[in-house]
Design a protein around this ligand. Structure first.
Ligand code: ACM
Ligand code: ZN
Length: 529
């Protein structure tokens, strides 16, 4: 809530009654006067050693960006165990800033908020003698609205290097996102080394060309691929953790697996041969779930994934699974018979077979202390308890899931698919899907709308997604992500009553674009018009 707005207007006309902070903090109360942050001494010794890193790296940047001058003022970090995980507060006085938190992410978010109140040089350490270091005296109490604040990058349709992934994580962290959903496998490329199945990367990570533009009959003739080694993945896990981000790896199953079938054709219903897809389409070929060897394969793959990614959730896909191969496969039909699965008024026996797959994988992962997330198709039929639903085909999946007692993460395509267009000016739009999701639409999304109050507790959070069928370069990824991810960050973090598109838009243009520019990101400027 914006408290003391009038006071702020009289104290400092530059604030115009709000802070240039995205996502907007929960509680803001302006005081009078200002703090000059140039050369301020950062004191982190009041924090437990394991929480100090964000404050200490901030100290280094502040010193450099202040031209190594010493200002005589101080920014003092305190450990306040009454605050919840991710919560922080900041009191900006005239001579001193006090920062309170109880967790690593709390310290990090306080630092990120403070940086947004400083000149853009604070991100790179670049000294600008003209910079204005005055921060209006203010008291901020802040914590996120939702615990899960995600962004997905599809690294199967196009492959992005470790350096590019780190750039994606860097910008997520600035805006307090805390889950990187890494789409690692799909029909167009298997991107994760699995030591027990070397052909997954030797064969499954390379496709014979890519369709050109929208022409599904074309092929550019360029062999395309790449994958991440265990060592690289572990490096990214550590890098993300420093930025307050947990990784949710996705192994999409039982569909979107042609890259695995091309490597190990016995895993398919027909036995192949299979080629990685070169066109942007949904494959009919899926994992044969009649054979036990397919589950042995899944368990081996997921075991290696669990070793690399130490967090609670593994995403097991479950989307867009055509049932035609299962309908015609003696192994899958034998499984259906053995399980006594039957068609019902609503679903076919093959839908219940997918429920069986989800439940079996879920049980295996539960044995390793993990929970599963799946796309909303896994709700079709009769889903066993315990899975978390990622609602992408609109909001209905999340609503149904929450009403049935499943946890849900909202990523409805009409608000959160950042591979869709963001301007109505064709000359500004790179090649891609034609659906129109402008920044204002992302910003206006209300994740609890239409969800009965008693089910609100099941909505864990919100995620934006960059699918990369038509996105081949890091600059294009960034252009699609920015600034829409900033809009989503307010959906994920801020109170609905504090959201104000005009304030957000002005802040992004005046304050966030210079930051993104100084860091070398490519972003879409359509909101300037
Ligand atoms: C999806 O977009 N197929 C989850
Ligand atoms: Zn089969």
């Amino acid at each position: 809530m914006i408290i003391g707005m009038l006071l702020a207007l009289s104290a400092c006309s530059d604030t115009a009654g709000s802070l240039p902070v995205v996502p907007y903090p929960q509680d803001v109360a302006f005081g009078t006067g200002s703090f000059n942050a140039c050369g301020a001494k950062v004191r982190s010794e009041g924090l437990p050693a394991e929480l100090r890193a964000p404050a200490d790296s901030f100290a280094v940047l502040l010193k450099k960006a202040s031209g190594n001058r010493s200002g005589g003022s101080a920014i003092v970090f305190h450990n306040d165990t009454t605050l919840s995980c991710e919560e922080y507060s900041i009191k900006v006085g005239r001579r001193r800033i006090d920062v309170y938190s109880s967790s690593y992410n709390g310290v990090l978010y306080a630092v990120n908020t403070l940086k947004q109140l400083m000149p853009a040089g604070i991100y790179s350490g670049e000294y600008d003698p003209e910079a204005d270091w005055d921060i209006t005296c203010v008291s901020i109490k802040d914590k996120p609205r939702f615990g899960y604040r995600g962004a997905l990058l599809d690294c199967s349709r196009h492959f992005f290097s470790i350096e590019e992934i780190k750039r994606y994580l860097d910008v997520m962290s600035i805006y307090k996102l805390n889950r990187f959903h890494w789409h690692l496998t799909d029909d167009h490329g298997w991107r994760v080394e699995i030591k027990k199945y070397p052909l997954l990367t030797e064969v499954g990570s390379w496709r014979n060309g890519t369709m050109i533009g929208w022409d599904a009959d074309s092929n550019d003739g360029i062999r395309y691929g790449g994958f991440y080694t265990h060592e690289q993945l572990r490096d990214v896990v550590a890098y993300a953790a420093e930025r307050g981000i947990e990784i949710v790896p996705e192994i999409d199953l039982p569909a979107h697996m042609v890259s695995a079938l091309a490597a190990y054709p016995h895993l398919g219903c027909t036995g192949g041969p299979y080629d990685l897809m070169t066109v942007w389409d949904i494959a009919k070929d899926v994992l044969c779930v009649g054979k036990d060897s397919s589950f042995d394969f899944l368990e081996d793959v997921l075991s290696e994934i669990c070793e690399i990614f130490p967090y609670e959730y593994i995403h097991i896909g479950g989307d867009e699974c055509p049932k035609i191969r299962w309908e015609n496969c003696p192994h899958c039909q034998a499984r259906i018979k053995a399980l006594g699965l039957k068609d019902t008024d609503k679903w076919k026996a093959e839908h219940y077979l997918q429920n069986y797959v989800t439940a079996r994988v879920q049980k295996f992962l539960a044995g390793k202390g993990k929970k599963v997330i799946g796309w909303d198709e896994i709700l079709e039929g009769d889903l066993a308890p315990g899975a978390t639903i990622m609602s992408w085909r609109g909001v209905e999946g999340g609503k149904q899931a929450a009403q049935k007692g499943f946890d849900a993460i909202m990523t409805p395509c009409e608000y959160c698919y950042l591979n869709y267009c963001q301007s109505d000016k064709p000359e500004l739009e790179p090649l891609g899907f034609h659906e129109y999701v402008p920044v204002e639409k992302c910003y206006g999304y209300e994740p609890l709308e239409g969800i009965p109050e008693e089910a609100h507790k099941h909505i864990l959070g919100v995620q934006c997604n960059v699918w990369t069928e038509f996105i081949a370069t890091p600059a294009h990824v960034q252009y699609m992500l920015l600034p829409r991810m900033l809009a989503i960050s307010e959906v994920q973090w801020s109170s609905p009553e504090d959201k104000d598109y005009d304030r957000f838009r002005e802040d992004v243009i005046k304050h966030q674009f210079p930051v993104l520019k100084s860091l070398g990101y490519t972003y879409c400027k359509v909101i300037e018009d």
